[in-house]
Ligand binder design. Structure first.
Ligand code: GTP
Length: 526
């Protein structure tokens, strides 16, 4: 090769920030006790995920498989509970056992493959899978599970928003991590009676953001015939209620014979029925031990676990990722951006979003005119004491400062943790808006002739801020709701205690009265 044809040296220099490998995110969702933790451990051939209330006994988040490295231990990424505490991290307390747990979503970051420290052969960095495992806790344990649907769906939507915000930045973050969920396994309880309302609702709501695979858990509950009937029942229900699950479809024009056969076989197995277990036999294989015998969970005649593992980490990994990016995310993106453009046409009477705070809807004016409706709309919703939806009230900068001072004088020690969190978020909001205002004000000067390129630039610079701000507002609203709920429950407890104290007083008075009566009658008898 001649000197002139040698490519520049910097072409070979790999940017340090770019980690190589595949990023892959999976959600395990479904009612409590359906075997999600057991499945996660079996999938990774490890013991990272404890069962409920098992934290003290296991070395949680310490992998027993050298090929699985815990990069970030399990953490709560989102939760919604009426008492303001994620049930996942609270230990069992009989006093609180009657309270609904709400829902907690956790995330665990793992690195799969390529552990060179274990004296293994050199592995190809490109094959490393940066695996995020998201799990739901508490589904199906509440009187009203609507909050579960909302929490899971909004978590999934947020991950799309984060990518959308990143895409619209002029300067991309080289360390940006894509946290969109590529596949969700929905665990169906082995009732034998088809789907329940919660299954239909939850699968439907998450299917807009991820590929959903329904899974029959604890398949050892069925006889061969019962399992065939249950499978049929589930497929009928999925069709009847239009639940858009991931289908193993074949395209005779594009697919080769092998893929066609493989997909046809997988389609006939849906929904996969799996058996999972914590127990290993002397050969290190996972088994389930019953009074009548022992079965291997990898036995394809009785469990689809092996096939499912192959689908998730082999044959369909890339397809899940592609469908998420090219279909689900693209649909979401175009829907979101066109809703921005349409909001202006619908007009201010639209009831969808009452807030006039910086929002994607306010971008309608930005897209159409290159400027916000008014710089005041940015501040309208920011006064800490402004009730939501009272957007017509005019923002008064001095009053705002005054209120803020008043707020800061509140005795912090008296604040509940929820309230403190709320205050922190409010503070974050204020800082964010100040930065939006300072960054945007010179660009959004009343200039109707703003050139198209400048308009686009304005949009791309501001969309990330607005998406972030929308998320903060949503979190703030959630905290306020939680706080109100906690106050209500506290009030109820106080009333109950007062009632009990009153009853005790009455009883004491009655006992005293009886004593007096007894002593007077004994005196009389003397
Ligand atoms: N019979 C049977 N039991 C199973 C199977 N898989 C798990 N279990 C048991 O079911 C119980 C619940 O399993 P987990 O894996 O903790 O279920 P989970 O969905 O993570 O439960 P939550 O953390 O409450 O949401 C445990 O006692 C498991 O040992 C299975 O395939 N068959």
């Amino acid at each position: 090769m001649s000197a002139t044809s040698t490519p520049p040296m910097n072409l070979f220099r790999r940017k340090k920030e770019h980690r190589r490998g595949i990023t892959y995110t999976m959600l395990l969702c479904g009612p409590a006790g359906t075997g999600k933790s057991s499945f996660a451990n079996n999938l990774l051939e490890t013991n990272i995920f404890p069962h409920k209330y098992q934290y003290a006994e296991t070395g949680a988040n310490i992998s027993s498989n050298p090929d699985v490295k815990v990069v970030a231990p399990t953490k709560v990424v989102s939760f919604n509970s009426k008492n303001g505490i994620p049930s996942y991290i609270s230990e069992f307390d009989p006093m609180r056992a009657s309270l609904e747990p709400g829902i907690t979503i956790t995330s665990t970051s793992l690195e799969l493959g390529g552990n060179k420290d274990q004296g293994k052969q050199e592995t190809n960095e490109d094959d490393t899978v940066f695996f995020n495992l998201i799990m739901t806790h508490g589904v199906g344990e509440n009187l009203d599970d609507t909050l579960c649907f909302e929490e899971v769906t909004s978590y999934l939507e947020q991950q799309f928003d984060i990518v959308l915000a990143e895409e619209t930045r002029i300067k991309r973050n080289p360390r940006f991590e894509d946290t969109r969920v590529h596949v969700a396994l929905y665990f169906i309880e082995p009732t034998g009676h088809g789907l329940r309302e919660i299954d239909v609702e939850l699968m439907k709501s998450i299917s807009k953001y991820t590929n959903v695979l329904p899974i029959i858990s604890r398949a050892d509950s069925f006889t061969k015939e019962e399992l065939i009937q249950f499978r049929k029942g589930i497929m009928l229900d999925l069709e009847k209620f239009n639940v858009p699950i991931f289908k193993f479809e074949v395209d005779p024009e594009d697919d080769d014979l092998e893929s066609i056969e493989e997909n046809q076989a997988l389609a006939s197995l849906q929904p996969f029925a799996i058996i999972t277990s914590d127990t290993k036999n002397s050969e290190g294989k996972y088994v389930r031990e019953y009074p009548w015998g022992v079965i291997s969970i990898d036995d394809s005649k009785i469990s689809d676990l092996k096939v499912l593992k192959n689908v998730l980490f082999g044959s369909h990994l890339q397809e899940f990722k592609d469908t998420t990016q090219n279909l689900l995310y693209e649909n979401y993106r175009s829907e979101k951006l066109s809703s921005v453009a349409n909001t202006e046409e619908i007009g201010p009477s639209s009831t969808k979003r009452q807030s006039n705070a910086p929002s994607l809807s306010n971008f309608a004016s930005l897209i159409n005119t290159g400027q916000f409706n008014s710089s005041q709309t940015l501040a309208n919703n920011l006064r800490p004491d402004t009730p939501r939806n009272q957007v017509s009230e005019r923002f008064n900068e001095n009053e705002y400062e005054g209120n803020r001072e008043h707020d800061s004088t509140t005795n912090e020690q008296e604040m509940s943790p929820v309230r403190q969190m709320g205050q922190e978020i409010k503070q974050e909001n204020e800082n964010l808006i100040r930065s939006i205002k300072s960054e945007s004000s010179p660009k959004f000067m009343n200039s109707p002739d703003l050139p198209e390129r400048t308009k686009l630039r304005n949009i791309s610079e501001t969309v990330p801020y607005v998406l972030r701000h929308e998320r903060i507002l949503a979190r703030q609203q959630k905290l306020e709701e939680l706080e109100a709920q906690s106050a209500k429950e506290l009030q109820k407890r106080i009333q109950e205690l007062e009632k009990k104290a009153h009853e005790l007083k009455l009883r004491e008075r009655l006992i005293n009265q009886n004593k007096i009566n007894d002593s007077s009658s004994s005196i009389n008898s003397l």
